[in-house]
Structures are given as structure tokens and as C-alpha cells.
Design a protein around this ligand. Structure first.
Ligand SMILES: [Zn+2]
Length: 274
């Protein structure tokens, strides 16, 4: 049966960086995928004004949505103002009910940015309420269970002690880099600036191969680390020969509620893992 996958990230590139491989696997099956950004991205630049940046980043998400064949919703909240308020809770509840996901994936609670941690809390706050009709009665409550999982966080060096599903993204890496490159304002302007890089050394739009190599160099270690930390899970899921040969992996860790990702339900949600 077709499944529906919603990623809820804090900023208009988080789902793209962390989950675009799984999104591509779902789209290969013609299953539906939603990316949500809880903030509009308007503080992620050193020169652009906040309104101009929010508009530019909305355009970047639209380019990703077109490339992947997914729906991408950006909430109007300013960067660094994601917070478990009732307004933000109800907006997310309505959006997730309308999409009716089978699997929701968000940031891990032990993530580096406050917007990521509060996004984790907001998703946790609405997860049970998806089925409670008296909350937001204007949008019908779901009549099915929703499984929730967390991204293995970008800067998380330790492996959480929870059930995890880890997927091979070696063959998707080129497209994952292309997805990241759509976020030009971030990967080629803001992130080099905030990371104290020499901006004159950042490849320009006339050098797509240089841009690919630039993102690859910076981002592949994140997914190499996931493959390394979860090597035994890759071997469980793919068999030891293939499991040991996988270089790049996305890791998804069970959330404790409302329905934990588990041995009992992961095969229906990740049928391409075998
Ligand atoms: Zn973020």
C-alpha cells in the first residue's frame, strides 16, 4: 500500500540535506512526500535583508520541490523564533492532518540549533493530537496511526540507543548534492561566511563541477559517519557483503511516540531496504 512521508525541518534546507535520499526512494515508488520548514530562513545571510532572503529561499525550496516531485511548505515564522507556542503548534497540526502522513521525521532533540530542538518539540507536541478531533476541529482528525522518527543529527557523534533504520544513499549522492546546490544562498554564500572561509575560493555558478566538489567535500563526511556508526544495522538490513560496502547512509532513529518505528512496522515504510 502507498505510504506518505512528511519531513519537518527547522529551516528551508534541513530536510533537503538530511532526508533527500529517503525522499527520492519514496518518489521512486511514486509515494508522496512533504517537506516542511518551520522557519522561513530569513536570518541565514550576512548581507541580504530578511524579507529579500525569505523570498529568495522560498524560491530555492520551489526549485527543490520541482526537482524531487514533492510538496514543500515554508512556515512564515522568522528564523530563531521557532518555539512551541500554541500558534505554531496548531499550524503544524493542521498541515500534518491535511497531508495525513504515515511516517513523520524530524530533528533529534539533541541538535545544535534552538530552532531544530523546538521543531523536535513541536512535532512531539502534535503527534498524539493528530487523532484528537476536538483540537483544531476545522481539519478532520486522522483515523490512522503515524510513525515518528528522528534524523541522526548532523553533529551527533554518538549513536542513540534506539531502533534505527539506515538506508544506502551511495547511488543517490549526486542528486543529493544537486538538491543542496539549489540552496545557493546557503551553500555558496552564508555557510562559507559563517564558517570563516575565504569567500573568494568558493566556486561560482559558471563552475558546476567545482560546486559539486565543494559540497561533496563538506557534506559527504556526515553520511560516511552515519554509515560507520550504524555499520552493523546496514549489515542487518542489506546483508553483510553489501552492508560493509556502503559508503554513504542516512540514519533514522525511532521516536518514542506516538507509534515507535520498530521491527514490526519498518518494512512497510522502508520496503527498498533489503
Ligand atoms: Zn537548520
Amino acid at each position: 500500500m502507498k505510504k506518505r512521508l512528511a519531513f519537518v525541518g527547522a529551516h528551508p534546507d534541513d530536510c533537503d540535506i538530511l532526508g533527500s535520499g529517503l525522499a527520492m526512494r519514496y518518489r521512486e515508488l511514486d509515494w508522496d512526500v512533504l517537506f516542511v520548514s518551520m522557519a522561513n530562513g530569513d536570518a541565514g545571510h550576512h548581507e541580504m535583508t530578511r524579507p529579500d532572503l525569505a523570498a529568495r529561499r522560498k524560491g530555492e525550496t520551489e526549485a527543490v520541490a520541482a526537482m524531487l516531485g514533492i510538496e514543500y511548505v515554508v512556515m512564515p515564522t522568522s528564523d530563531c523564533e521557532v518555539f512551541p507556542s500554541l500558534d505554531q503548534r496548531w499550524a503544524l497540526l493542521r498541515l500534518l492532518r491535511q497531508f495525513a502522513p504515515d511516517l513523520v521525521i524530524t530533528h533529534h532533540a539533541q541538535d545544535y540549533h534552538a530552532d531544530h530542538r523546538y521543531t523536535n518539540q513541536l512535532v512531539g507536541d502534535v503527534s498524539y493530537l493528530l487523532k484528537v478531533p476536538h483540537c483544531c476541529p476545522d481539519v478532520p482528525a486522522l483515523r490512522k496511526d503515524t510513525v515518528q522518527a528522528f534524523f541522526h543529527a548532523v553533529r551527533q557523534e554518538q549513536r542513540p540507543d534506539a531502533f534505527a533504520v539506515v538506508i544506502d544513499v551511495d547511488d543517490l549522492w549526486q542528486r543529493k548534492v544537486e538538491v543542496m546546490a539549489k540552496h545557493e544562498s546557503q551553500f555558496f554564500e552564508w555557510l562559507p561566511w559563517v564558517n570563516n572561509e575565504d569567500l573568494t575560493a568558493v566556486p561560482g555558478p559558471a563552475d558546476p563541477a567545482g560546486r559539486f566538489a565543494y559540497i561533496d567535500r563538506q557534506r559527504s563526511p556526515i553520511f560516511e559517519r552515519s554509515a560507520r556508526l550504524y555499520r552493523d544495522r546496514l549489515c542487518d538490513l542489506y546483508g553483510s557483503e553489501r552492508g560493509n560496502s556502503i559508503r554513504l547512509a542516512e540514519a533514522y532513529v525511532a521516536a518514542p511516540f506516538p507509534t515507535a518505528l520498530s521491527e514490526d512496522n519498518y518494512r512497510d515504510l522502508f520496503p527498498f531496504v533489503k
